[in-house]
Every structure is written in structure tokens, then in C-alpha cells.
Design a protein around this ligand. Structure first.
Ligand code: HMG
Ligand code: MG
Length: 302
């Protein structure tokens, strides 16, 4: 299949990138991160989570972040909402899109959101209905679609089952997420081919963590199945508190570099993203893990 000529990148560093940071990242840094990303032209920024602050303390200032960002017309600001309480926070914070997040693995569902897959779908039902009523977009994320830290292998049918349920709920977009970065291209092709056979590929996104160094190869494999939306995080920041050892999302700089080489348009200012990745890593007092970002920064400094 011909590769898509345009791809939507959803920048998830303000949420997935920061949620696992031990030291609390000041609200003003989170706001500046979102604002810089908006200015760089991202069409979609995952800006915050409205989850229990006891479960994920780093995301406790979501309402503040959303209240202080400078919204760029044309950018969708998404937030995570596991239940009605989260939805109410998201609505008050004027989010454009809510993200419900379930899993294709029972064990991970219990660890991450403290309920079974079936219970999570029942909990999402009123959340999606309320979001639709309020005119918000809805995205459904399927964690552990390529493997689970507790259960190991995850059957393709388990991914399809959640995808069908999200579709029936009315999700606009459905994320196939490799939470712990264990997938390899052949498996990604199998999973994405199966999902895109039942749901329009235009509504499917790939969310690849880069724990095993497979994320770019996995994105290429997913592109070959026609999937046109990918999540990425500047400087490769991130990880899930309920998936031990899982490292960050694929680095945005690396994805943009690869897509540019494939003549795939994103509308995003690559040089600005390199700056943001270097700035954010410096804020966290470490070197970012983007190979392309660090290479370009080193070349600039030479
Ligand atoms: P629970 O303990 O079963 O919930 O947690 P509960 O309804 O019994 O509530 C317990 C307490 O939390 C109560 O407070 C609630 O008010 C409060 P208390 O009475 O004890 O003071 N609470 C909330 N507070 C603020 N906002 C809320 C909210 N809900 C309840 N929305 C719950 C269930 C879902 C709340 C909890 O498990 C939770 O918050 N989990 C979030 C986990 C999370 O954020 N994980 C990381 C994001 S997912 C991810 O990273 C994967 C992804 O990137 C894709 C991939 O890579 O796979 C998306
Ligand atoms: Mg993730």
C-alpha cells in the first residue's frame, strides 16, 4: 500500500512525557511546554490528565495548566479522563478532546485503572455520551495492544474486541498503544491490518513507546497499513507509572526526521521541535533520548 502523504502527529509529552517524572514539574514549565508545542504547529497536543492525584500526582495541576495555556486556533488540546469526575474537570477546563483509556489486557486494566476491561467500558459509556452531548471529540486508547507487562502476549482478537467497543461507544479516534514498547514490525503489521480491516484507517493512531528501540520501525510498518496518525513525545520523554521499566514514547524529533525523509508532510516546524526537546530535557536535568534531536543540537553547537 502507498504510504500516506500527510500524517497527523499528536504530541503527548505534556501528559505521557511528564506523568512518570518523580520530581513535580512546575506548572509554569508545563504551560510553557504546551505553548511552545502549539507555536511549533502541532495539530494536537495531549496537555493534561484528569485522573486521581493519588494515583498520578504529577498530573494534579491539569486544570491549572489548561487554564493558563495560549490556545492556538487549529490545535486540538486533549486530556485523559478515566471517569465522569475526570470528564467534569475536562469540560470545565475547556478541553477539545477527551481520551478514555482502557486496555487489551485484563491484568493491566486492573493495575492502571483499578477495574476490569468490561467495567472500564461500562464506566466510559456515560463519559463518551456526555462528551458527545457537549460537542467534544473522543479518543479511545487501547493499552498493551502489542504486549502486557503482567500477562505477556496479547491476542489480536483482544485488541479488536476493545476497538469494536470503542467504535460502538462513538469514539472519533482509536489508539493502538504499545505501552511497553515490545512490539516488532511484523506483529504491528498484523495488529494494524486487523484493526484497519474493521475500522476506517483514517481514525486509527499508533502510540509506540520506544523501550526496545522498535518504535520507528513500528511506525513505518503501521504507515504501510495506511495508518495516518502517530503519537510522539519530544526528547523521548515518558513512561507509564503502571508499566514498570517502560521508557518514553518515540521521540518526536526522530519521527519528524524520518517522515521528512519519506516526503510525508506534518505541518510541524522541525527546527522548533529540536529546540523544545533540548529545552525540556535541560529543564529535567538530563540529556533527551532523541537521536535526531541530539545530533542536530551537536551539529549546531559545532
Ligand atoms: P479508584 O481508586 O478505583 O477510584 O481509581 P475511586 O472512584 O474509588 O476514587 C478514589 C479517589 O480518587 C477518590 O478520592 C476520588 O474522588 C478520586 P478520595 O475520596 O479518596 O479523596 N478520583 C479522582 N480525582 C480526580 N480526578 C478523577 C478522579 N477519579 C477518582 N478523575 C481511577 C480509579 C481511574 C480514578 C484511578 O485508577 C486513576 O486515576 N488511574 C489513572 C491511571 C493513569 O493516569 N495512568 C497513566 C495514564 S494511561 C497511560 O499512560 C497509557 C497510555 O499512554 C497509552 C499506552 O501507552 O498504553 C494512554
Ligand atoms: Mg503511553
Amino acid at each position: 500500500m502507498a504510504l500516506p502523504t500527510r500524517v497527523k502527529i499528536v504530541e503527548v509529552s505534556p501528559r505521557d512525557g511528564l506523568q512518570n517524572e518523580k520530581a513535580f514539574v512546575p506548572t509554569e514549565i508545563k504551560v510553557e511546554l504546551v505553548d511552545r508545542l502549539s507555536a511549533a504547529g502541532f495539530p494536537n497536543v495531549e496537555a493534561a490528565s484528569f485522573v486521581s492525584p493519588k494515583w498520578v500526582p504529577q498530573m494534579a495541576d491539569g486544570a491549572d495548566v489548561m487554564g493558563r495555556i495560549a490556545r492556538r486556533p487549529g490545535t486540538i488540546y486533549s486530556v485523559l479522563t478515566p471517569n465522569m469526575k475526570g470528564f467534569e474537570g475536562a469540560l470545565a477546563a475547556r478541553a477539545d478532546e477527551i481520551v478514555i483509556f482502557g486496555a487489551a489486557s485484563e491484568a493491566f486494566s486492573q493495575k492502571n485503572i483499578n477495574c476490569s476491561i468490561a467495567e472500564s467500558i461500562a464506566r466510559f459509556e456515560p463519559v463518551v455520551a456526555a462528551a458527545k452531548e457537549a460537542g467534544l471529540r473522543v479518543r479511545g486508547s487501547i493499552s498493551c495492544a502489542l504486549g502486557c507487562p503482567y500477562q505477556g502476549e496479547v491476542p489480536v482478537e483482544a485488541v479488536l474486541d476493545v476497538a469494536r467497543r470503542y467504535d460502538a461507544l462513538g469514539c472519533d479516534e482509536i489508539d493502538v498503544a504499545d505501552t511497553i514498547g515490545v512490539g516488532t514490525p511484523r506483529r504491528v503489521r498484523e495488529v494494524m491490518s486487523a484493526v484497519t480491516a474493521i475500522i476506517d484507517p483514517a481514525r486509527i493512531s499508533g502510540h509506540f513507546h520506544d523501550t526496545y528501540g522498535q518504535a520507528l520501525a513500528n511506525i513505518l510498518a503501521a504507515l504501510e497499513t495506511g495508518v495516518p496518525i502517530y503519537h510522539a513525545s519530544v526528547a523521548g520523554l515518558g513512561g507509564c507509572p503502571y508499566a514498570k521499566g517502560a521508557t518514553g514514547n518515540v521521540a518526536t524529533e526522530d519521527v519528524l526526521y524520518m517522515l521528512r525523509g519519506l516526503d510525508i508532510d506534518t505541518g510541524i516546524d522541525f527546527d522548533a521541535v529540536v529546540d523544545i526537546g533540548q529545552w525540556m530535557a535541560a529543564n529535567l536535568e538530563r540529556k533527551g533520548s532523541s537521536r535526531a534531536g541530539n545530533a542536530i543540537a551537536a551539529k549546531r553547537a559545532a
